[in-house]
Design a protein around this ligand. Structure first.
Ligand SMILES: Nc1ncnc2c1ncn2[C@@H]1O[C@H](COP(=O)(O)OP(=O)(O)OP(=O)(O)O)[C@@H](O)[C@H]1O
Ligand SMILES: [Mg+2]
Length: 335
């Protein structure tokens, strides 16, 4: 089973500076030891509440950041420490698309310019070739041909996101990190953009890392889902397994935030209170155990809460605060 992307123990820490002398006062551990992989053509959903480190992880993978530690291997090549010069040709293979099309698209650029910028940067083909490619991309994402001369601000939110998609696929990438690609859109428009993404994925054999707040959006589009809490992945499994058989208390809490039509699930709601704590001084033990004031929290201080394969292809953090008694016993045998 080949892997297109492999992420190993990735960390992205930001220094916090303060005081008159702007001395370093601490570290924001936005991503703190994350490992996962994505297969060619696969969609991995990445979910978690605001502030848990999803965007930072996405940016570190596509090397918009220089990771603090760990490894990012794309298509067999370690890209973690490559300088921007060596990265440039490889960038064709992996792209990132952001949530807010208005913010991420240069407002002084016409739609045509936005889409052709990556082609210009990579100096692909002649000027005429690039013009032709832009027209082809506009059509591929379902925008009217006349939109090339408009400015992104003249388009609807859904159309702007289509421009973002056209730009992201311009260089025939194999992986796109989609950072909340539909969160800013009306529900009716969301499904149109999701359908476009699915259609393009099949046509172009694309792999996606699909970032979203809630599990509902991710469910339909993902093959597997990774759940992130305070800089760490706490559970990964196939989409079906995550929804039918969640093991981690945080996953269960996120799931119970989705309005349920399934009567068996109703009544099992776990309420998520408060917010994700600051990653500047994360709890020393189980971060979610700390939030839910679990009686076994003290035990987890200094404990290795690494992922274990609790069922085939179903990985969960070995954490006594966040597993059922039965699963915790099993996890200990696997450690
Ligand atoms: N450049 C930075 N410098 C310092 N701290 C940062 C930086 N970028 C992100 N952070 C912090 O890292 C944590 C994770 O932020 P991130 O944006 O990755 O979360 P997120 O999961 O994408 O949230 P959201 O769902 O709101 O988009 C937050 O506490 C944030 O304040
Ligand atoms: Mg984000």
């Amino acid at each position: 089973m080949s892997k297109l992307l492999e992420v190993e123990n990735l960390k992205m820490h930001f220094p916090v500076k303060g005081g008159v002398l702007m001395r370093q006062r601490g570290l924001v551990k936005a991503v703190d030891g994350v490992s996962f992989f994505i297969r060619p053509g696969e969609t991995l959903g990445l979910v978690g509440e605001s502030g848990c480190g999803k965007s930072t992880l996405g940016k570190a993978i596509v090397r918009l950041y220089d990771p603090s530690a760990g490894k990012v291997v794309f298509d067999g090549q370690d890209i973690t420490k490559l300088g921007q010069g060596s990265l440039r040709p490889l960038r064709q293979g992996f792209q990132m698309m952001f949530q807010d099309p208005a913010e991420s698209l240069n407002s002084r650029f016409s739609v045509a310019q936005v889409i052709r910028e990556p082609l210009d940067i990579q100096k692909l083909g002649s000027v005429a070739d690039r013009d032709a490619k832009v027209r082809e991309l506009v059509e591929a994402v379902g925008l009217p041909a006349s939109s090339v001369d408009k400015y992104p601000s003249e388009l609807s939110g859904g159309q702007r996101q289509r421009v973002g998609v056209a730009r992201a696929i311009a260089l025939n990438p194999r992986l796109i990190v989609l950072d909340e690609p539909v969160s800013a859109l009306d529900v009716s428009v969301q499904s149109q953009v999701l359908n476009l993404l699915v259609e393009l994925q099949e046509k172009l054999d694309l792999a996606y890392l699909f970032i979203a707040h809630d599990l509902a959006v991710v469910k339909h589009i993902s093959d597997r889902v990774a759940v992130m809490y305070l800089g760490k992945i706490v559970e990964v499994a196939s989409s079906e397994e995550i929804y039918k058989n969640p093991k981690h208390a945080y996953t269960k809490a996120l799931l119970s935030a989705i309005p349920q039509t399934d009567p068996e699930r109703q009544g099992q709601r776990i309420k998520l209170e408060g917010e994700v704590p600051s990653p500047i001084d994360p709890p020393a033990g189980s971060a979610f155990g700390h939030r839910i004031k679990h009686p076994r929290y003290e035990e987890t201080i200094g404990m290795d809460l690494a992922l274990v394969e609790i069922a085939p292809d179903h990985w969960v953090a070995a954490d006594p605060c966040c597993l059922s008694e039965e699963d915790w016993e099993k996890a200990q045998e696997l450690m």
